[in-house]
Write a protein that binds this ligand. Sequence first.
Ligand SMILES: NC(=O)c1ccc[n+]([C@@H]2O[C@H](COP(=O)([O-])OP(=O)(O)OC[C@H]3O[C@@H](n4cnc5c(N)ncnc54)[C@H](OP(=O)(O)O)[C@@H]3O)[C@@H](O)[C@H]2O)c1
Length: 280
Amino acid sequence: MRVTIFGATGLLGKALMREWQGDELTGLGSRDVDIRSEEQVRASILHRPDWVILAAAYTDVDGCETNRELAFDVNCRGAVNVVRAAAEANARVIFLSTDYVFDGTKNRPYEIDDPLAPQSVYGQTKAAAEVEIRKILPEVCILRTSWVFGVGGKCFPETILTLANTRKELDVVNDQRGCPTYTIDLARIIIQLCRKGAHGTVHATNSGECTWFDFAREIVNSARLKTQVRPTTSDQFVRPAKRPAYSVLSPASLQRYALVVPTWQDALQRYLAERGSLSG
Ligand SMILES: NC(=O)c1ccc[n+]([C@@H]2O[C@H](COP(=O)([O-])OP(=O)(O)OC[C@H]3O[C@@H](n4cnc5c(N)ncnc54)[C@H](OP(=O)(O)O)[C@@H]3O)[C@@H](O)[C@H]2O)c1
């Protein structure tokens, strides 16, 4: 199988490049191809891959609020360029989307066919991309995930561990509930989904759910740090982009492919071990 990964230099992309064995991989970062350019995208898949993994995106959720045009250019128009070129090359596609396409007003896990109602520009760009790429390639696999963490880039556990080294107390919001997702586990799911010929919308995260406060406390405790983690509210910690209060994604669509993902607590332990092995 020939596979081309857009976004191979990102947090998830690095895990995909590491985990994927036994197939012919091409990994592309923004220096290799700017997905906003139709010509560059077409030229990058002239070798006619069987699968295209579209993990390239402008992922700065707060930055998207002030750079709306850039956010739509990369996340929506760029995605359309990639999916159109992939369709012309007869390649199948997995497109990475987000829990932020939902408004967060539910209190039960979001199913794949729940209505999209993004609250942020980032969520809007991803929701718009989902709609547009499905028109081009109806059998596209839209893979929504959430709260991605892993080694090799900026992520929540990295931020918490850095802060915990210099602060006695940390205030973390306790009124946003979702599920963390370890890049290694997500990469393994993506590989399996390709092998199983996935299509349609799929939700994939680690299992379980928590608030950012729960997550931070588990990170600090697991790393045996003394910092006290205190719960706060989104009102006390205002950010440019509105986040959903509840964005747990139902695993039902993944179970259709007989795929089970470890708990986020288990994933966190493996992340800390991986991070430790890299620094020591
Ligand atoms: N991180 C999360 O919490 C989260 C949650 C839900 C969904 N997702 C989705 O999962 C996917 C992977 O996320 P991630 O956290 O791995 O992202 P990331 O670490 O920010 O990496 C983004 C990737 O996109 C590439 N890229 C950015 N602009 C580009 C452009 N104009 N043309 C070509 N490539 C471009 C970057 O290339 P360079 O590094 O070479 O510039 C990088 O490889 C994204 O689609 C994201 O929306 C992420």
